[in-house]
Design a protein around this ligand. Sequence first.
Ligand SMILES: NC(=O)C1=CN([C@@H]2O[C@H](COP(=O)(O)OP(=O)(O)OC[C@H]3O[C@@H](n4cnc5c(N)ncnc54)[C@H](OP(=O)(O)O)[C@@H]3O)[C@@H](O)[C@H]2O)C=CC1
Ligand SMILES: Nc1nc(=O)c2c([nH]1)NC[C@@H]1CN(c3ccc(C(=O)N[C@@H](CCC(=O)O)C(=O)O)cc3)C=[N+]21
Length: 299
Amino acid sequence: MASVINGTEAAAAVIEKVKSSAQALEAEAGVVTGLAVVIVGTDPASQAYVGSKSKMAKDCGFKSVQHSLPEETTQQELLALVAQLNADTSIHGILVQLPLPKHLDSEPVIQSILPEKDVDGLHVVNAGKLATGDIDTGLISCTPAGALILVRNVRGEDLSGLSAVVIGRSNLFGKPMGQLLLSRNATVTMAHSRTKDLAKVCAGADILVAAVGRPEMVKGDWVKPGATVIDVGINRVAAPEKGEGKHKLVGDCDFASCEPVAGAITPVPKGVGPMTIAMLMANTVIAAYRKAGKTAPKF
Ligand SMILES: NC(=O)C1=CN([C@@H]2O[C@H](COP(=O)(O)OP(=O)(O)OC[C@H]3O[C@@H](n4cnc5c(N)ncnc54)[C@H](OP(=O)(O)O)[C@@H]3O)[C@@H](O)[C@H]2O)C=CC1
Ligand SMILES: Nc1nc(=O)c2c([nH]1)NC[C@@H]1CN(c3ccc(C(=O)N[C@@H](CCC(=O)O)C(=O)O)cc3)C=[N+]21
């Protein structure tokens, strides 16, 4: 039986440190940490995430601004908003919620954010720093940064001798996760949709991280006994057992079959999800410290 990793509790510890850091920065330098979240369109799931990010920012004592733009926003209008936020000295972090509506091209928008305000870690400068092994001076994508803290809580600071498999190779999660695990000396395999015999690849993993977007794809017989399983997937599926038209969240791992085999496993919800929001706050306060010329807290 695995121990179930409590993401809510781990996130609360991060948030406590963010709050005290933000307070200290305000007391010492008169700087209020500022976060701007930009959302385009009306996707209900995105609206919910953005709402909880703005609320958490306020709880941390930040200045929090939310820009909700209509579905028909043009590329030019979105770029103009980012330029305005880049120039705004009261804003230290900018997050543009993805995915954007189909008529918009997300890449130029992301690359137009100043790297020092790119709290999603998606700017090439930040992605490049992580890829070249600089984990200290850039900003790292929130979900992998949070997932790594959960891994460290179970396995310790140094992952030498452990094999890690990451399923998924997105810029937002899979690639930075692989690089973070590598930076801690794990032996990393990046798996994806073209990987042959995925079950066998996974069976060698001491640390198995799934970020695929396929509900309950990873089964218990893919899991090495005692492995640390980090389930990043957030899938909203029908839950007729809860009543007609009801939904529930499930991960990319089949919890019922994985949990008896794993040594430790994250649940969905209350696993990686809360860490993502906590690390967004952490990145924002880090950005504010750097802007003020002060040594940023480490998480
Ligand atoms: N908890 C949180 O805070 C967050 C959760 N998520 C969740 O994580 C999941 C992944 O997100 P994201 O990385 O953005 O997704 P993407 O859709 O960008 O990437 C999915 C990856 O999974 C791979 N893949 C797809 N099908 C298979 C398969 N059958 N076997 C092996 N690999 C496969 C793809 O491979 P290929 O490259 O070959 O196409 C791709 O690399 C989603 O469920 C998302 O909701 C995301 C961000 C934050
Ligand atoms: N630019 C950008 N950066 C992101 O980091 C980003 C994004 N776009 N687009 C969407 C994904 C998804 N994402 C989540 C954040 C928190 C939870 C979260 O807190 N989940 C709760 C449950 C929430 C619920 O009940 O609905 C949990 O897992 O316990 C989930 C998913 C960030 N994303």
